[in-house]
Design a protein around this ligand. Structure first.
Ligand SMILES: Cc1ncc(COP(=O)(O)O)c(C=O)c1O
Length: 416
């Protein structure tokens, strides 16, 4: 910071220069972290809501009851998509990690109420690190269940062994980040219920994809949402396939009374009752209201159309990449997350990823933890439809290059 400050234009010029050295979030050359739609109407709406709500504060619903009402509508709409029964409840949070933290907090409370001293979270090895993080924050034990090698879904026998009377919450992904496959939610929820534990479905990625895939008739799915009796909570991120800027997820609880266990309320200070349903205190209403606005704008039909096209793009990308000899799709991904491994001597997929990066495409890397081999990974966004042919041509060129040069790479990348 300068002693005398700088002009607005100078500061923005420096920011733009810095941005220019990074991948363009709109450019459809990233395959995760951002979810570009290529849709001017959606982006205009998200910008307009942020413009209007930039200086808002969602902390106090009594001062801003209209914001609270609209956010409540958003939570209700997301709940309806995943068949949350009447009597259920939930709230918005800043993202998947915070939703998961809240689900674990509530599960800890439920376990405590039945006398469990040190509750345990049991999650598939493919579960997002947010569960281990929640266990760390909330002083819970954490057990990781191995995956079935071929399907890369959680091994149910191994899971059953890990669940006991101390278990507060058992996790199933619908679908998982590393491989895009769906755990057997019915079986996981039954194992949890037998132990008196909760079952959390991680639909951070799938929650805004799967309901529309079913509606579009492009996927026939086993039961995975609140229609499954033992499912007690779920996280659905709007800042992924709800197509809004970062800062919005929804956490839902089958039992609305338990949703109230998210709340922290305190009045032992001189400034009145303080209450909040998640981690943040003061926070902008813009992310949640942008999600509300985009859902209002697109409606069920708009999302269904997007997901129909999105899954057509994902299917074409899956088939196109796996058409190269020795490149094998991991498991049977149901949605927008795809990953591949190499089954060919001399074909190093990290080297393929490096070659693609030189051509401007940023595939993610799998390190092989959780049962899979090292591999490449993508999250497909609507904007990828427009670049699919160029991308597949470059995949073929990079594949030929790696086979010719015999390149190997130890670049396993970083998730964060
Ligand atoms: C399945 C799954 N759960 C949870 C999360 C965490 O979400 P966030 O990064 O919004 O905290 C992610 C992020 O990619 C995810 O893929």
């Amino acid at each position: 910071m300068d002693e005398s400050g700088r002009t607005v234009d100078e500061v923005l010029a420096e920011l733009d220069e810095a941005r220019g050295r990074e991948p363009d979030p709109h450019g459809a050359h990233l395959f995760g972290l951002t979810y570009p739609t290529g849709r001017a109407d959606i982006e205009r709406l998200a910008h307009a809501v942020h413009d209007r709500m930039l200086y808002s504060n969602a902390l106090n619903p009594f001062r801003f009851p209209e914001q609270a009402r609209l956010v409540g509508e958003l939570v209700g709409d997301v709940g309806a998509l995943v068949n949350l029964p009447g009597g259920g409840g939930g709230s918005t949070t800043s993202g998947g990690t915070e939703s998961i933290l809240m689900a674990c907090l509530v599960a800890r409370g439920r376990a405590g109420a039945r006398g469990v001293q040190r509750p345990v979270i049991v999650a598939p090895a493919s579960a997002h690190p947010a569960y281990a993080k929640a266990a760390h924050f909330l002083d819970l034990d954490y057990r990781s269940a191995p995956l079935v090698e071929e399907s890369l879904t959680v091994d149910l026998d191994a899971l059953r062994e890990l669940v006991d009377e101390r278990t507060a919450l058992v996790v199933a992904s619908a679908f998982s980040y590393p491989h895009g496959v769906m755990d057997d939610v019915v079986a996981v929820a039954a194992i949890a219920a037998d132990a008196g534990a909760g079952c959390h479905v991680d639909a951070c990625v799938g929650g805004m994809v799967l309901p529309f895939a079913e509606r579009a008739g492009v996927r026939t799915l086993p039961a995975w949402d609140f229609r499954v009796p033992g499912v007690t909570s779920m996280s659905v991120d709007l800042h992924k396939y709800g197509y809004v800027p970062k800062g919005c997820s929804v956490v839902l609880h089958r039992d609305g009374d338990w949703a109230s266990h998210q709340w922290f309320v305190y009045d032992q200070w001189p400034a009145g009752i303080y209450g909040s349903p998640a981690v943040a205190g003061a926070k902008s209403a813009a992310p949640a209201l942008a999600a509300w606005a985009v859902m209002q704008h697109l409606g069920i039909d708009g999302f269904t159309e997007i997901v129909r096209d999105l899954l057509a793009t994902a299917d074409a990308l899956r088939a196109g990449v796996a058409s190269h000899d020795g490149v094998v799709t991991n498991g049977d991904p149901v949605g927008t997350v795809l990953s591949w491994r190499s089954e060919r001597e001399g074909l190093d997929l990290y080297a393929l990823g490096d070659s693609l990066e030189r051509r401007g495409w940023f595939f993610n890397r799998l390190t092989g933890t959780g049962g899979g081999k090292p591999g490449l990974h993508v999250m497909v966004s609507p904007a990828h439809a427009a670049v699919l042919d160029d991308l597949l041509a470059d995949v073929s060129a990079s594949y030929a290059e790696v086979l010719t040069t015999g390149a190997v790479s130890d670049n396993s990348g970083r998730y964060a």
